[in-house]
Design a binder for this molecule. Structure first.
Ligand code: HAM
Length: 424
C-alpha cells in the first residue's frame, strides 16, 4: 500500500529543526517579556466572515488563499491566514478595552495560506505577532518597529533592512487613489492582466506587482506621501524621528503596499538577505479603524508579525548551532536495569539530561547507542559497581574508545563529580 504523505506546502519539523525553533522561541519570548507584551492564544479556526471583513474581500489572502470549508451545520469556517483579525475579535469579545484601553498582546502559532509553495513560502507557516491597542501616538508605532527589530537582534541576525511607508488615512487616501488610478489608466496597456483587473478593484496593489513592465510603470507613479494630509505626514515624520533616535533608521519605500486592507498610516517590512524572493521576514503597521469596523469601541492599534519559518532558514545559514545540554547515558550490565532507575531519577531531579537504553541489550550495544546519541558521559553500572556502591564514569569526548578516560566514584559524590567535571 502506498504510504500517505504530508500535504503539499506543509512540512514536518524534525528534531534537527525543532532544536533551532525552540532556541529561537525562547529568545523571542524573552523579547516579548522585556517589552511587557502578554501572550494571547486564539483558535486556529474562525468564522470565514471574520477574515473577509478585516483583511478584505478583494485581497489575495481572502479571495484566493484561504482554507475554507463548511462545518457540519453548514456554516463557513476558515483556517486563520494571519493573527491580527482573531486578536481583534477576541479584544472586542472579551471587552479588553473597557477597563484599560492600552493593551500589549503577542501570539505565536501556525497560519495557513494556499500559496504556491517555494523556499520560505509554505501553506502552513508560523508567525510571532505583537499587537499594541489603545494608542494613536507615533511612539506606539516606534515601539512596535523596535520590538520587531529587537526580535531579529535577540537571535543574532544583523543582515536585514527596514522599509517604511505610509498608507494615509480615510481623509487623504481617496484623493490619492483617484490620482493613482488616473495615472495607471494612462499606462494601462503596459500593465499585466492581473494589474489591469486590480486597476478597478485595488489600484494600490499595482505598485507592488513583481512583473517588469508593471514595476516600470509603478516606479514613476505618484507617491502617497506627497498626497498625505498634514496629520498623516506629521505622524510619519515623528515615527521616523523616533526610529532615528534609536539608531534604527529605515528606508522610505513609496511602493510598499501590504497585502491586507486594514492598514492606515505607518506600514513597514523587515527584509533579510539570503532568502531569495521570499525576503520579508516581518511586516506590520497601524490599523486604527479595524476594531471599530469589527464592532468594538474605537481603538487605534498597531502591530506586526514575523515569519518564523523564514527566520529559521536564516539562523541555519548565519548563526552558530544552538548548544545542546550535555547528555548523560546510563549503561548497565544485563540483569541490572532496575538499578539504573533511581540513578536516572536522581540525575534528572538534579537538572541533568539523562537517558538509558530501554532496549536493554548487551553492554556493548548500550555503549554503541551512547556513542550514536552523542553522549558526553556514560555512567557504567556493572556487578562491581553495584556491590561497591560506586559508578564508573566514562568521558566520551575522545573519538576512539581506547583514548576514552574512565574512573570510579562513590555513589554519594556522583552529582558533585559530574557537576564539577562538566563545568571544567
Ligand atoms: P504578513 O506580511 O501577511 O502580515 O505576514 C507577516 C510575515 O509572515 C511575512 O513577513 C512573512 O515573513 C510571513 N509569511 C507570510 N506568508 C507566509 C508563507 N506563506 N510562508 C512563510 N511565511 C509567510 C500579517 O500577517 C499581519 N497580520 C501582520 C500584522 C500584525 N499587522 C499588524 N499586526
Amino acid at each position: 500500500m502506498d504510504p500517505i504523505r504530508v500535504i503539499r506546502g506543509m512540512r514536518d519539523l524534525l528534531p534537527e529543526q525543532t532544536r533551532w525553533w525552540r532556541w529561537m522561541e525562547q529568545r523571542l519570548d524573552g523579547v516579548m517579556d522585556r517589552y511587557g507584551y502578554a501572550e494571547i492564544r486564539t483558535p486556529v479556526l474562525e468564522h470565514t466572515g471574520l477574515f473577509a471583513r478585516s483583511i478584505g474581500q478583494e485581497t489575495d489572502i481572502v479571495a484566493k488563499e484561504m482554507y475554507t470549508f463548511a462545518d457540519r451545520d453548514g456554516s463557513s469556517l476558515s483556517l486563520r491566514p494571519e493573527g491580527t483579525a482573531a486578536v481583534v475579535r477576541s479584544f472586542i469579545e472579551n471587552n479588553l478595552g473597557k477597563k484599560e484601553p492600552l493593551h500589549r498582546l503577542f501570539y505565536r502559532g501556525p497560519m495557513f495560506r494556499h500559496e504556491r509553495p517555494q523556499k520560505g513560502r509554505y501553506r502552513q507557516f508560523y508567525q510571532l505577532g505583537a499587537e499594541l491597542f489603545g494608542s494613536a501616538h507615533p511612539s506606539a508605532d516606534v515601539e512596535i518597529i523596535e520590538v520587531a527589530v529587537g526580535c531579529l537582534q535577540a537571535i543574532g541576525l544583523t543582515d536585514f533592512s527596514l522599509e517604511l511607508n505610509t498608507q494615509g488615512c480615510p481623509v487623504c487616501r481617496p484623493g490619492y487613489r483617484e490620482q493613482l488610478t488616473a495615472y495607471l489608466r494612462e499606462h494601462e496597456r503596459q500593465l499585466c492582466t492581473d494589474c489591469r483587473r486590480r486597476l478597478a478593484s485595488n489600484p494600490l496593489r499595482v505598485l507592488d506587482c513583481k512583473q517588469a513592465a508593471c514595476t516600470a510603470v509603478a516606479e514613476a507613479a505618484p507617491h502617497l506621501l506627497d498626497h498625505a494630509c498634514d496629520d498623516c505626514r506629521q505622524q510619519f515624520d515623528q515615527v521616523r524621528a523616533g526610529l532615528e533616535k534609536l539608531g534604527i533608521g529605515g528606508r522610505l519605500n513609496h511602493r510598499m503596499v501590504r497585502g491586507l486592507d486594514y492598514y492606515n498610516r505607518t506600514t513597514f517590512e523587515l527584509l533579510a538577505a539570503g532568502l531569495g524572493a521570499q525576503n520579508a521576514v516581518a511586516g506590520g503597521g497601524r490599523y486604527d479603524g479595524l476594531v471599530e469596523s469589527m464592532g468594538g469601541i474605537p481603538t487605534p492599534a498597531v502591530g506586526f508579525a514575523a515569519g518564523l519559518d523564514r527566520i529559521v532558514l536564516l539562523l541555519e545559514q548565519q548563526v552558530a548551532e544552538p548548544e545542546r545540554p550535555p547528555l548523560l547515558f546510563i549503561a548497565a550490565q544485563p540483569g541490572y536495569w532496575l538499578e539504573t532507575l533511581p540513578l536516572l531519577q536522581q540525575l534528572r531531579q538534579a537538572g541533568f539530561t539523562a537517558v538509558n537504553d530501554v532496549r536493554q541489550g548487551s553492554f556493548k550495544s548500550q555503549l554503541k547507542r551512547a556513542d550514536r546519541l552523542g553522549a558526553r558521559l556514560v555512567l557504567l553500572l556493572g556487578q562491581d559497581e553495584i556491590e561497591q556502591g560506586t559508578v564508573t564514569i566514562k568521558d566520551m569526548q575522545a573519538p576512539s574508545d581506547s583514548e576514552r578516560k574512565q574512573w570510579q566514584v562513590e555513589r554519594g559524590g556522583l552529582l558533585q563529580e559530574i557537576g564539577g567535571f562538566l563545568e571544567r
